[in-house]
Design a protein around this ligand. Structure first.
Ligand code: AGP
Length: 615
């Protein structure tokens, strides 16, 4: 969480920093700030709330910094201390000459704070980051060199950090370093950039250096000096970024989330292109670096992920077990990393992450790597920290997802799991070929069916209006749509703040049914297949307690539905195995329209950040 940017060069510093922070706004948006070196002074500007407030402030103050060539900026997602002006970054040393922006968490900040206070530092904020500013200041007194001071200070920091540091007495440079938090350096012509993520700089350069942990970079307008963890100067490895300048346009949609929901058919199509030619041919998934012999050695699969990616993993478990006959465990990464897991070289570990930067999943993946497991990463960011840990890497190519609530990346992750399961089944010969051919056919025609559904949104809009005043919501399903119920509920609570919960339909009577009364909407996911009748009878149990009854179904010939439910949301009929891809789309829309109707900030819901880089 939090995004940082640094710029040295001859462009308008405010413009570069603000554009960069806009592109990083997905990482946090509760306050922001910048430090700009101008007239040999470190000038600090901060604003509470959305980035626009900082932009407005800097517009007013533009004259104060018009001669500037160096600046650093920050967009915050608060961890230590409430989001106010004092806690907003940059943080400064008591002399006011040094300014620091930070992404991550300094875990030993309490000890450092105590130590630095004894040494005479006066703390103003509640943040962990302020310790870095004071620590660098003390090291600077010893060394009179910003790079040396940052290097020494970093050795005393525990936890995760990406840092950009400036000092007015060395006003032509930025010193940047990282450990367990992303930081990329952009090389321009007579200018240098540092940022938490590529979109912040891609408009200006495609040449980049991904810093490794503990490296320190000194950026001036015409050069980068890079030092390894032993403080030895090393040659930077410059990579060409496979990115086009990111279009942050909503393309006429009111919100990015709505645009991204509508992009889903093409996301699936693009993903399938080149991987399934015809249903009769084998899936081509060269990204998976496991052959028959290696696969034979694997006795289990573990999938680690968080949030929406975890729900994709749950569907993945179902499909892989169904087609490949290998036991699959799934676990939230945050649980996986703090217990003894039975993981070894016979375990295939799959990390799933839209961002590829989620701290818990990254740690889980690194732990498994240390135990010699084969690491397969499914991510939307092939340039991410997680991707760099992969033995096999499946980029899902959903395109940049701006809305904090994940939609198209989820659909892309699901598609990745189907392809992976079919691919493994084809290698292992573990599944009836007709079933695989049918599944491939179903995947190929799915984008059209979703497109068809997306042309008929009126009923969902009506349903959303009807239920938008509900304080609670229950989603029920069974089998491979149980994760759909969880994901539908997550979408709704994320962006509308309605207390929504997903349950396996059979579990309702084991407790949750106590909550049901005539005010509570219960949405039953009734996709055609082996659990259809079961979910229907579980829905009856809710009806008997006077719940407000909603059905989501691909069955259009069952008269019982109109009798049982107040509202029936229909989607085109699909094969049961691919039904999680179809069924999630109306639930994304339901969440979207309810939130929009309630006037919520759909793309940037409160308290959330898109990339969760702290444990
Ligand atoms: C999804 O809508 C959420 N924003 C969140 O649950 C997200 O899926 C989770 O934080 C995991 O992120 P990742 O996929 O980038 O690892």
């Amino acid at each position: 969480m939090c995004g940082i940017i640094g710029y040295v060069g001859n462009r308008n510093v405010i413009e570069v920093l603000m554009k960069g922070l806009s592109a990083l706004e997905y990482r946090g948006y509760d306050s922001s700030g910048a430090a700009i070196i101008s007239d040999n002074k470190t000038k600090i500007y901060k604003a509470e709330g959305k980035l626009q407030n900082l932009k407005n402030l800097l517009n007013e103050k533009a004259d104060e910094v018009k001669d500037s060539h160096v600046g650093i900026g920050h967009i915050r997602w608060a961890t230590h201390g409430v989001p106010n002006l004092i806690n907003a970054h940059p943080h400064t040393s008591n002399c006011g000459k040094i300014a620091v922006v930070h992404n991550g968490i300094i875990e030993n900040y309490k000890e450092l704070r105590e130590k630095l206070t004894k040494m005479g530092a006066e703390f103003k904020s509640e943040t962990d980051t302020e310790t870095v500013a004071h620590l660098v200041a003390f090291k600077y007194k010893e060394t009179h060199d910003l790079k040396e001071a940052v290097t020494l200070a970093a050795k005393e920091l525990e936890g995760a950090y990406a840092l950009c540091v400036v000092h007015q007495d060395e006003g032509n440079k930025i010193v940047a370093t990282r450990r367990n938090a992303p930081l990329v350096i952009g090389i321009g012509d007579g200018e240098m950039f540092a940022a938490s993520d590529v979109p912040a700089m891609i408009e200006y350069t495609k040449q980049a250096i991904y810093l490794d942990d503990n490296q320190v970079a000194v950026l001036t307008n015409d050069k980068i000096e890079l030092f390894d963890e032993n403080n030895k100067q090393i040659q930077p490895k410059i990579e060409l970024l496979p990115w086009e300048p990111v279009s942050l346009s909503k393309m006429g949609y009111k919100h990015f989330m709505l645009k991204e929901i509508h992009e889903q058919p093409n996301v699936i199509r693009n993903f399938l292109t080149g991987k399934i030619h015809t249903a009769k041919e084998k899936v081509k998934l060269d990204e998976v670096k496991l052959d028959f012999e290696q696969l034979k050695q694997m006795n289990r699969i573990q999938i680690v992920a968080c949030g929406t990616s975890l729900h994709a993993a749950m569907v993945g478990k179902y499909i892989i077990e169904e087609l490949c006959n290998i036991p699959v465990d799934i676990e939230p990464s945050s649980e996986y990393i703090y217990r003894h897991t039975v993981t070894d070289e016979k375990t295939l570990v799959i990390g799933v992450s839209q961002s590829g930067e989620t701290a818990d999943t990254l740690t889980a993946v690194r732990q498994s790597k240390a135990r010699n497991s084969h690491i397969l990463i499914i991510t939307n960011r092939p340039d991410s920290s997680m991707a760099r840990e992969a033995d096999s890497l499946i980029p899902v190519d959903a395109g940049i997802e701006v809305s904090v609530a994940a939609t198209k990346s989820y659909i892309a992750q699901l598609t990745a799991f189907y392809l992976l399961a079919i691919h493994l089944a084809e290698i292992k010969n573990s599944c009836d070929n007709d079933k695989l051919v049918n599944l491939k056919n179903e995947l190929l025609i799915l984008p059209q069916k979703i497109e068809l559904f997306l042309t008929k949104k009126e009923k969902i809009q009506k349903c959303s209006r009807m239920y938008s005043s509900s304080k609670n919501f229950i989603f029920i399903a069974r089998g491979l749509n149980y994760p759909t119920a969880l994901e539908g509920a997550l979408k709704l609570k994320e962006i509308s703040y309605i207390n929504a919960t997903g349950y396996p339909a059979g579990e309702l009577k084991h407790g949750p049914i106590a909550m049901i009364d005539e005010t509570l909407p219960v949405l039953s996911i009734l996709m055609d297949g082996k659990v259809y009748e079961k979910v229907l009878s579980n829905a009856q149990e809710s009806k008997a307690r006077n719940a407000r009854m909603i059905a989501l179904t691909d069955v259009d010939s069952d008269e019982r539905l109109e009798e049982l439910f107040d509202f029936v949301l229909n989607v085109p009929h699909v094969d049961e195995l691919v039904s999680p891809i179809m069924a999630i789309v109306p639930l994304q829309l339901l969440a979207y329209y309810i939130a929009e109707f309630l006037g919520k900030d759909v793309d940037q819901p409160r308290n959330l950040a898109k990339s969760v880089t702290v444990e």
